[in-house]
Design a protein around this ligand. Structure first.
Ligand SMILES: [Zn+2]
Length: 137
């Protein structure tokens, strides 16, 4: 009998990724700080570069979130200042978002992208090593 693929739910994986945890096993140590992600999960051996270009997908997701935040800040700034150019009302908050959102969201964006990839390309049997997973052979 073939080995069963581990059970994976995409929303649980995304929720774990947003908390900088492994999308499959939930290990916290996969990201030491907001701008760092391990290449493989130390607990379940999930490869975070499962598909060619996974890194670019995470960076693209990070860029989308950063530009969305920037658009939101610019829109709120122009509404709050009634359309006038303002250094403290628009420029400084926009610069803060442009600098800090990509940095703070970096690890999360890479892990969320892996969580999404696991939905599009499910785990193969034996791809990860989960201690509690029952395996049939
Ligand atoms: Zn893991």
């Amino acid at each position: 009998m073939p080995e069963a693929a581990p059970d994976y739910r995409v929303w649980i994986g995304i929720a774990r990724a947003l908390r900088r945890r492994c999308p499959v096993c939930g290990l916290r140590g996969i990201s030491r700080h907001v701008a760092s992600v391990e290449n493989t999960c130390p607990k379940c051996d999930l490869d975070l570069e499962r598909q060619v270009g996974s890194f670019i997908g995470g960076i693209g997701l990070n860029t989308i979130v950063a530009f969305g935040g920037l658009l939101l800040v610019l829109t709120i700034g122009f509404i709050a200042t009634e359309g006038r150019a303002s250094v403290w009302g628009i420029l400084v908050p926009a610069l803060a978002v442009a600098l800090f959102v990509p940095l703070i969201f970096y690890a999360r964006s890479r892990l969320v992208w892996v969580a999404l990839e696991l939905r599009w390309w499910p785990l193969e049997p034996g791809e990860v090593n989960l201690p509690g997973e029952t395996r049939s052979s």
